[in-house]
Design a binder for this molecule. Structure first.
Ligand code: T3D
Length: 258
């Protein structure tokens, strides 16, 4: 269901149920959560790459399992609280950049998970579908928070209410993705990006993620105060000292992630 490997300080997590468009069963969601926890906790990992196998990134909730759960009378919100929320919280709060290689369609919670990542590289064949309303559900997995911050409230409302798929070119235009590349290059490009981030100032990246998340819901004076605290922490890092020394010596800095 999930493949996990670490190379060159990048943890690659691949959703691997191609026959079901990498849709998410309870078991898959738990495995994804475990993989994300492993990456977040492993000091040897300095960036994470999330992708899907086959022609989909992720089609969201496995609707076959979901239909069976509905038949059995299981509460709808169980998996949202137990799986989707912690997955999104971990992606957004871990102190390491998370890059999504959106190799194909990202629908429902699959789109939400892609939106929660820090950067999105999309295949020319990728598309995003806020498929929730199509099955009589409202957005979950943070889409109501992330999407309007990516594209603005008006467009977010349109995408969610109408549920029409957005192709890769339009996604780039809207600012939903960072880059669009030919299908064969999507993993390579995302790997290069994650690889470069894994060689970067990890402490500063963690602070950047925290500052962005905080500033999204706080006033300028509070955000300025947090920036000052985070800057103190970055200034005390070995990477900052080394990079400053390298600048003065006209050398290329190397970052060790501490
Ligand atoms: O409590 C809760 O669980 C609530 C949580 C909700 C979170 C959500 O994510 S809600 C949204 C769920 N997702 C969707 O509604 C998307 C459903 N899928 C689609 O709309 C389309 O399949 C796609 C747009 C993703 C792709 O379309 P297309 O034409 O390229 O492929 P296809 O033929 O529809 O699908 C290929 C196969 O994947 C097919 O299986 P088969 O017939 O070959 O055996 C299809 O059933 C399967 N598949 C696609 N999406 C899902 C799925 N199987 C299970 N669950 C899916 N979500």
């Amino acid at each position: 269901m999930i493949r996990y490997d670490v190379a060159d300080a990048v943890a690659t997590i691949t959703l691997d149920r191609p026959d079901a468009m990498n849709s998410l069963t309870a078991e898959t969601k738990q495995a994804l959560l475990d993989a994300l926890r492993g990456a977040a906790d492993d000091p040897a990992v300095r960036a994470v790459l999330l992708t899907g196998s086959g022609r989909a990134f992720c089609a969201g909730q496995d609707l076959r399992e979901h239909a069976a759960n509905l038949e059995a009378g299981h509460g709808l919100a169980d998996t949202v609280r137990a799986h989707y929320n912690p997955i999104v919280e971990l992606i957004t709060t871990m102190g390491k950049p998370v890059v999504a290689a959106v190799n194909g369609v990202a629908a429902g919670a699959g789109a939400s998970i892609a939106f929660a990542c820090d950067l999105r590289v999309a295949s020319e064949k990728a598309k995003f579908a806020l498929a929730f309303a199509g099955i009589g559900l409202a957005p979950d997995s943070g889409a109501s928070w992330t999407l309007q911050r990516l594209v603005g409230r008006g467009r977010a409302a349109e995408l969610m209410l109408l549920g029409e798929p957005v192709d890769a070119a339009r996604a780039l235009e809207l600012g939903l993705v960072t880059r669009v590349v030919p299908p064969d290059d999507v993993l390579k490009t995302a790997r290069e990006l994650a690889g470069a981030l894994a060689q970067g100032p990890t402490v500063a990246y963690a602070a950047t993620k925290r500052a962005l998340a905080y500033a999204a819901t706080h006033a300028l004076p509070d955000s300025l105060a947090l920036e000052a605290d985070l800057q103190d922490a970055c200034a005390a890092s070995q990477d900052h000292r080394n990079a400053t020394r390298a600048f003065v010596a006209k050398e290329r800095p190397t970052f060790e992630g501490r």
